[in-house]
Ligand binder design. Structure first.
Ligand SMILES: [Zn+2]
Length: 339
């Protein structure tokens, strides 16, 4: 009886142990199923989220890199600093309730590379590839040699709009058109005066030569205060005037007395004045900043008619002074030299 009782007590203890172990295991399994070991990820001290492993963080990061790279071929995608990880246990359900993509996307940095075509310091076109930019720069340089065209690499943090080929073509055409030499009528000099004895069409230069002694064009004054010549007549193909350098605001004087036949804006010339001196002689004063005369007005030789500026097509302030004889521009310099 006593022996039996001891046995039954032992049996009870064993049973209890087995039950306790079973309960403990069940609790442990439940806990392990509910709370997962995870890594807490941080970028620049900003909490991004919980990841099952560092590998999973990398997978998310790589998919975001692919996402950004699909927007441009020239983008560098990176994190400012390496991410840091902390091990911890969290409730399983938390893993699915977070916005790791959104959080990490906000920390990812991008750097886009573009190639800009700058013309005389002004940005005109933007391309994804250096080849495209160089092609347009070369075309511009070939068309208008005087232009300062450069391709510059630009790195910007945000995606920016690039110039389409159609748009780039039209910009190029526009720049070339604006810099086209002033159309000079084919020097058809009529025998309407005593100085030219030809009815045939001559070259511009020959006409200039023949007209060089026209008395009517002589006797004027130096048309401004400054005396530095920036660019002579035909200093480049199609340059029909004599450029005299001077600061914006420098006075411009009427070469000779006459009647103002134009005072206003014109493409290329910008603000400009034309004075008719009679006998087919007309003078032009271009790129002004301010005009003091109006069409129809009589002006005296040496009278201030405008101020030097940089309106119209010009890379800097200067007076573009031109003398035309029966509509044909001649080299004005010999007429003003020594004045
Ligand atoms: Zn000029």
């Amino acid at each position: 009886m006593k022996k039996k009782s001891v046995l039954s007590t032992l049996g009870f203890i064993l049973f209890t142990i087995v039950v306790l172990v079973l309960i403990f295991s069940a609790v442990l399994v439940t806990i392990l199923n509910t709370y997962k070991p995870t890594v807490k990820a941080y970028v620049d001290d900003k909490f991004i989220g919980y990841f099952s492993s560092e590998q999973q963080f990398d997978d998310v990061y790589n998919s975001l890199v692919t996402e950004k790279k699909s927007t441009s071929s020239n983008v560098k995608v990176y994190l400012e600093n390496e991410p840091t990880f902390e091990t911890c246990y969290i409730k399983d359900s938390l893993l699915t309730k977070q916005n790791v993509y959104t959080n990490l996307r906000a920390e990812i940095k991008t750097e886009y590379t573009f190639y800009d075509v700058n013309v005389d310091g002004e940005n005109k076109m933007r391309f994804d590839t250096q080849d495209d930019a160089q092609k347009y720069a070369d075309n511009l340089k070939n068309e208008v040699a005087k232009l300062n065209v450069e391709v510059k690499e630009e790195k910007v943090a945000e995606q920016a709009e690039v110039t389409t080929i159609e748009r780039a073509d039209s910009i190029l055409k526009d720049i070339v058109d604006r810099n086209k030499p002033v159309e000079t009528p084919k020097a058809t000099v009529q025998t309407t005066n005593n100085y030219v004895n030809t009815t045939t069409t001559t070259t511009n230069q020959r006409a200039s030569q023949e007209l060089a002694n026209i008395a009517a064009a002589q006797g004027g004054v130096w048309p401004t205060v400054e005396r530095r010549i920036n660019c002579h007549y035909m200093g480049y193909a199609g340059h029909t005037g004599t450029d005299i350098g001077g600061a914006v605001g420098t006075p411009i004087y009427a070469y000779k007395s006459g009647v103002v036949i134009f005072a206003g804006w014109g493409s290329g010339y910008g603000l400009h004045v034309k004075i008719d001196h009679g006998n087919g002689i007309v003078t032009y004063y271009a790129h002004c900043s301010q005009l003091f005369v109006t069409a129809g007005q009589q002006v005296s030789q040496g009278e201030q008619i405008a101020k030097i500026g940089m309106t119209g097509y010009t890379t800097g302030p200067h007076l573009h002074f031109e003398i035309r004889v029966n509509g044909v521009p001649i080299n004005a310099y010999p007429y003003i030299a020594g004045k």
